[in-house]
Design a protein around this ligand. Structure first.
Ligand SMILES: [Zn+2]
Length: 302
């Protein structure tokens, strides 16, 4: 099955907040959160989480990476769930100390808040209008490990670089749940899979192949969709194909456009972004991401 809404997925696993940028909740004896979406939406995520957990606070927030649309509400979660342990990779924790990274997250978050204020799907009165608040990582993963949350609940931390260098995926063996977000690509509302290698195409492919080998019943994208059962394997096959097709198309366009990265970005945007009626990534964030991917491939081409 392919789920496209928030709500209950299976057993104690839920999609909260917004399907297009969710926080995943495993409501086990000790509740766990994965991903922290957008900054301004913090109160809406927290309200949705509370509806399920009641007075039990989540013990951990596992972040796959520190892009502004994946870690945005972390500081807010720390306020409303004071005992929560924020977990991420060493690189992610270091990025959060870089003034230019915080500046970019603040600017992109502000941009998103303006969009959210006028969106009919978002309760404007309930969102935060203040600037993005940075946070620190409480538990830094230096290497791959298994976090024993309870005797019968474990979170396996996997290093899956390619989208970013700080990128992690989380696998819960007792539930066969995989939260890999952009490590595995992201199918958009139009059905097209966006290949999400920003820093390293080859590493992205290796990570994707490695994740595909896991015994997964529930696979969580970073946005829009959760896959269960047979659709998980199908997604991984399509995502691998999409990555090679995207690379092929970029190479073709680089030849046609005489190696102009900007022109290729324009043409890919016309094919990939413009026909998508949404909800989709804000244009500025999309273009930043796309330009990084095209420039990476252009450099590889030499
Ligand atoms: Zn990302």
């Amino acid at each position: 099955m392919i789920l496209s809404t928030t709500g209950h997925v299976d057993r104690d696993f839920h999609v909260t907040g917004f399907a297009w940028s969710p926080t995943y909740l495993l409501d086990a004896a000790t509740p766990l959160l994965f991903e922290a979406g957008f900054y301004s939406m913090g109160p809406l995520y927290a309200r949705d989480i509370r509806k399920i957990t009641g007075t039990r606070d989540p013990s951990h927030l596992f972040l796959t990476h520190v892009h502004y649309d994946h870690c945005g509400a972390a500081a807010y979660f720390k306020k409303v769930f004071p005992g929560i342990t924020i977990c991420a990779s060493r690189r992610a924790s270091e990025i959060l100390f870089r003034p230019n990274a915080i500046e970019l997250m603040t600017s992109l978050s502000r941009n998103f808040t303006h969009l959210a204020e006028t969106s009919p799907d978002i309760e404007g009165g309930a969102i935060l209008h203040s600037p993005f608040e940075p946070f620190t990582v409480d538990r830094v993963f230096e290497h791959e490990e298994v976090v024993a949350v309870d005797p019968d609940l474990h979170v396996q931390v996997l290093f899956t670089p390619g989208h970013t260098r700080d990128m992690l995926s989380y696998y819960i063996p007792e539930r066969k749940i995989l939260i890999a977000t952009e490590s595995a690509g992201c199918r958009s509302q139009t059905g097209q899979i966006v290949s999400e290698f920003l820093v390293d195409f080859d590493a992205y492919i290796s990570s994707l192949k490695r994740l595909a080998l896991l015994d997964t019943d529930i696979f969580c994208q970073g946005h829009h969709f959760v896959y269960t059962g047979r659709d998980v394997g199908e997604f991984f096959d399509s995502s691998l194909q999409a990555a090679f097709a995207f690379r092929g198309r970029v190479m073709e366009l680089l030849t046609m456009e005489k190696d102009s990265v900007d022109r290729v970005v324009e043409r890919i945007k016309e094919e990939e972004y413009d026909p998508n009626p949404g909800p989709k990534q804000p244009e500025r964030a999309y273009l930043l991401n796309l330009k990084t991917r095209v420039a990476h491939l252009a450099r590889k081409r030499g």
